[in-house]
Design a protein around this ligand. Structure first.
Ligand code: CP
Ligand code: NVA
Length: 307
């Protein structure tokens, strides 16, 4: 009898070796190049999408991606399932595993994602938690390389809140061997354990409170909202403390002259980024959004072992 293969979850970038991440990106490029003409390896497969937080890109890209791979989705909003009425994550995982081939969840607590993966017998994909957003950053690395070639040895500058998206960028910087400069106010730094992990892994990370220092020599400047989902109670404090971290033309001028600008979207124009930067020549934000589709199709192919 052949050994039972372990379930292939996609929970966080730091859990993978670089070669596996690279193979997922290679597949994403292959699928993008093939357009609609590629094979449909997920025919008769169903993905359940659980959204306990809002989404435009993640929902539509997973749904369209499954359709293009020949499969189907069931979408559960926070009020649609018994999760919202207190059924445990473990029991939900056990039940959904009897119906579906994979589960994607967008939720608040990272622990819920981990419980889902522990009790599901099908792959679980992280569609964003309070701690990380790995699907986004796979698309972002793909986007960088489409525009500028190999990301290895390049410098990525994160400016603003040390949030979930920043955490996944840090993971990716270590795994793809690029330099990661992160500028945040002291109050909104990435947790120490993440920086310690990156340093222990041999990562090249600079932590600063100066946006100017972070972007000096950068090949890519990245921003995200100052008020993530779940942070609304702190909105006023955040706008005040993060005000000096706006990515505008003056800040972009301090990065390399061919630096890209990235933002996972949704953007808050006039807060973390100005219209001139978001709509400017250096911005690749619409490519990033599109590449969610291609990167996630490749992640699905990895999880369902049809890579
Ligand atoms: N970037 C991103 O995840 O967008 P949505 O919140 O619209 O899914
Ligand atoms: N940091 C943002 C990302 C949204 C895609 C949030 O968590 O709300």
């Amino acid at each position: 009898m052949s050994p039972i293969k372990p379930t292939r979850h996609f929970l966080d970038i730091d859990q993978f070796d670089s070669a596996t991440l690279r193979s997922i990106l290679d597949k994403a490029i292959e699928l993008k190049e093939a357009g609609r003409g590629h094979a449909k390896p997920l025919a008769d497969h169903t993905l359940v999408l659980i959204f306990e937080k809002s989404s435009t890109r993640t929902r539509v890209s997973f749904e369209v991606g499954m359709q293009q791979m020949g499969g189907d989705v069931v979408v559960l909003g926070s009020q649609d399932s018994q999760l919202g009425r207190g059924e445990s994550v473990a029991d939900t995982a056990r039940v959904l595993s009897r119906f579906a081939d994979a589960i994607m969840i967008r939720t608040d607590s990272h622990q819920k994602l981990e419980w889902l993966a522990e009790f599901a017998t099908v792959p679980v994909i992280n569609g964003l938690t309070d701690d990380s957003h790995p699907c986004q950053i796979m698309a972002d690395v793909m986007t960088f390389e489409e525009h500028r070639g190999p990301i290895e040895g390049k410098t990525i500058a994160w400016v603003g809140d040390g949030n979930n998206v920043a955490a996944s960028w840090l993971h990716a910087a270590v795994k793809f061997n690029c330099k990661f400069n992160i500028a945040t106010p002291l109050e909104f730094q990435l947790p120490d354990h993440l920086i310690d992990w990156a340093n222990a892994e041999g990562g090249d990370v600079t932590v600063t409170q100066s946006a100017e220092e972070a972007v000096a020599g950068a090949d890519c400047v990245v921003a995200d909202t100052w008020v993530s989902m779940g942070d609304d109670d702190e909105r006023d404090t955040r706008l005040e403390l993060l005000g000096p971290y706006q990515v505008n033309d003056a800040l972009m001028a301090k990065a390399n002259s061919d630096a890209l600008f990235m933002h996972c979207l949704p953007a808050h124009r006039g807060e973390e980024v100005t219209d001139t930067v978001l709509d400017g020549q250096q911005s690749v934000v619409w490519d990033e959004a599109e590449n969610r589709l291609h990167a996630q199709k490749a992640i699905l192919a990895y999880c369902l072992d049809v890579l």
